[in-house]
Write a protein that binds this ligand. Structure first.
Ligand SMILES: *[C@@H]1O[C@H](CO)[C@@H](O)[C@H](O)[C@H]1NC(C)=O
Ligand SMILES: *[C@@H]1O[C@H](CO)[C@@H](O)[C@H](O)[C@H]1NC(C)=O
Length: 253
């Protein structure tokens, strides 16, 4: 009995592997490198399946969760330093993305990088922060919930990948994803910056928001890392699940 069920399990896995996972049939496939078709297809996928498609490894797009991450890690020997870490990050809003440009995704995806541009009206980050800073003798150590909103968020990601063969099928393995972003405004709120003084917490949050551009410029590299990890976690799962050729129409040539 045991061997039978194990055997049927193995056979089922083999069957699944040979059939492969496919895009749902209401999603139009495109020819390799057909930028306009790919842009429309990805927009259809986002519009019709905001909650993801588990069969092809597409995660829900409304909320993306991340592990702990350091946004800034200052050198503690400097007279002025700042460390900013976040935990339990929830990224919300990819479900409202509109793809505005797609480039690449040719027959051989390893030959040139792929580009996807998107517009997201509002992206929200929520989580727990820990900020430690020192300005000369003044040391601060604050922890609490935070919330950030990135308004009119424009994203350009450059993706590099290589092809990998599994079960005689080609899969795309992404080894680099570089996001670039532009935004109209960044609104952020850090709870309990001063645990013992709410007025001071409000005042400091107001200063941050009035001068958001300067803070953004300092924190941008670390923030880009959070976007990179969120996007990578979504794309990697899809390309791991669906063979590259199964995402496109068969080549006529
Ligand atoms: C995404 O759009 C829906 C519908 O318009 C809206 O209810 C939701 O708040 C939006 N998400 C974000 C993060 O703005
Ligand atoms: C910062 O505060 C937290 C508790 O709020 C504490 O656990 C941590 O040890 C403190 N870190 C430093 C460097 O003081």
């Amino acid at each position: 009995m045991y061997t039978f069920s194990l055997l049927s399990f193995v056979l089922l896995m083999l069957y699944k592997a040979s059939v492969g996972n496919e895009l749902p049939c209401d999603i139009k496939k495109c020819h390799f490198g057909d930028s306009v078709c790919l842009m429309n297809t990805i927009n259809d996928l986002i519009g019709h399946y905001p909650n993801g498609i588990s069969e092809i490894g597409l995660a829900p797009l409304d909320v993306t969760r991340l592990q702990d991450i350091s946004i800034v890690d200052g050198s503690k020997s400097d007279p002025v330093w700042l460390s900013f870490h976040i935990k339990n990050l929830k990224n919300k809003g990819f479900n409202n993305a509109t793809i505005t440009r797609v480039k690449g995704f040719n027959k051989d995806p390893s030959k040139s990088s792929m580009i996807i541009k998107a517009h997201i009206p509002r992206l929200i980050h929520k989580g727990i922060y820990n900020m430690q800073s020192r300005v000369l003798l003044f040391v601060a150590n604050a922890t609490g919930n935070f919330r950030s909103e990135f308004l009119n968020f424009r994203l350009k990601m450059r993706i590099k990948g290589i092809q990998e063969y599994r079960n005689n099928k080609r899969y795309l393995r992404i080894y680099e994803l570089k996001p670039k972003v532009e935004l109209q405004r960044w609104v952020t709120w850090l709870d309990s910056l001063y645990k013992e003084n709410t007025d001071l917490t409000i005042a400091l949050n107001n200063i941050i928001n009035e001068n958001w551009l300067e803070f953004w410029q300092d924190l941008e590299p670390g923030m880009l890392k959070t976007f990179e990890l969120c996007l990578m976690s979504i794309l990697k799962k899809v390309f791991d699940n669906v063979a590259y050729d199964d995402l496109f129409l068969p080549d006529e040539a």
